[in-house]
Design a protein around this ligand. Sequence first.
Ligand SMILES: Cc1cc2nc3c(=O)[nH]c(=O)nc-3n(C[C@H](O)[C@H](O)[C@H](O)COP(=O)(O)OP(=O)(O)OC[C@H]3O[C@@H](n4cnc5c(N)ncnc54)[C@H](O)[C@@H]3O)c2cc1C
Length: 492
Amino acid sequence: MADQSVVIMGGGMAGLTAAALLSKRGLQVTLLEKEEKTGGYVTGFRRHGFYFDATGAFLAACKPGSEFHAIFRELGIAEDLDFLPIPAIRNIYPGFEIQLDYRNPAAYVDSLAQRFPPAREALAAYSRLTAKLGRQFLAFEKAPLWKKVLLPLLYPTLFRCARHSHGTILQRFFKGNQDIIHALSALPTTLPPSQLSYIFVAVLWAKVLRDGVFYPRGGMVQVTDTLRRVILAHGGKVQTDQEISLIKNRDNRVEAVLSRDGSRHEADWYIGAMNPIRGQALLAESMPLYSKVFDLQRYTVSPSALLFYVALNGEALPADWPYFVSLHTSEDAEMEAEAINRGIYKNGLHLVITTPSLLDPQLAPAGCHAMKILVHAPHASVFAEEFPDKADIDRLQAEIFAIIKEKTGLDAASHSLFTIRATPRTLLERTGNEEGAMYGFDSALGQVGPGRPPLATRLDNLLWIGHYNRPAHGIVGSALSGCFAANIISSK
Ligand SMILES: Cc1cc2nc3c(=O)[nH]c(=O)nc-3n(C[C@H](O)[C@H](O)[C@H](O)COP(=O)(O)OP(=O)(O)OC[C@H]3O[C@@H](n4cnc5c(N)ncnc54)[C@H](O)[C@@H]3O)c2cc1C
């Protein structure tokens, strides 16, 4: 195995994980990243003493016993990363507020039951079903084929619920109680309940809610920088400013990949770790990456984000301000999603304000805070149509900051030392994600679990990984896909 070589295209969470595991296992690894820095979405930057995460705000599955932690253990870096637990998340809706406790499913349900006492029994029943479905799905994924064939018999809950949206289940248990439905939709996803796969929610319960959410001390960049160090320490190569422009394929194999600067890279194995729709277009002999069942054109991609990085004078922070604040301005999760997809913010807005310097004071100068305001946004092309000029985005920024002040008392506009922003276009240009999608493919019905494109492509020595592929989206999902690809190659 040690004389096998692998070229990895893309240095985000997925590509870095695959590269780190394969170089630690002794393969000759070359990772090619188009930007000057690796990390993809999981990166950060410093300005005037403030550190800002470019995108993400939390990690799950960081405790011993989880798959994500197992990757760190194998790489020998479990002790190098310090995961700080994120306390309850403050959710603000029109007319009510709720602090949701993400430490485990019981704490989560209890925080909901305290806010909605008459729904306690329905919540307990919903929670039992969701937990059972999560367990059955995880067991089904690992089951041998003969057990999978007996799906209705061995996994009855999965069989019954596989085609349900989260909305169908919420209506069944909470019969039109909009407030509780909205509160139960406060999960890390951008889809409204009617489109969100219930299996996806159940897996989140089984994985994310299992033992809480965390923030890495020193910022998100610590995770990807640590992976990069592992690759280099084990003789792997990390080449930045290397944009792949052509994948030379012939007779069901990749022969080489070419970078925009003309350099050619050959290996036994190739791993695509970026947007597969773009990857498919880079094939020299044009062909679909997958069979018809996984036609990439039929998948929908998740919405994007508009980000404000605010260097805040600490005096502006209201008392008891928590690390994580989620703010919705619409009473209806479906209307909110429609408004976000069309960029009509007066009809609905969802934003997430995180203040990492509350957890790790080293991230901002004394007396100040590094804050990120993440506004869920339409696809890059729609955003550019709705907000074509800098002046339009300036106006939008002023409106958003005014809403935050009205709903929370935080006057970020008057108390910021400086504000930097990133639009869906920035996300698209930096990472090549389709339309600046936050999560690759949506977690919609038919697009999760076995519905998501597999790692193996139609080319024998090409695997594809990342948040468009299995097992799922997010930082942990992408890392796991990198781990699964490393396992496939190691086992050959
Ligand atoms: C605003 C925002 C907030 C988020 N918050 C969270 C969160 O709190 N928790 C969470 O778990 N997830 C979060 N996510 C999602 C998570 O960040 C992603 O799902 C995950 O990081 C995707 O990793 P990836 O490696 O699949 O893709 P990417 O990070 O997109 O990496 C792809 C890499 O490939 C490179 N590349 C592209 N084209 C080429 C080419 N032609 N040649 C060479 N290299 C190329 C790119 O430059 C990039 O580095 C968030 C995402 C966004 C946008």
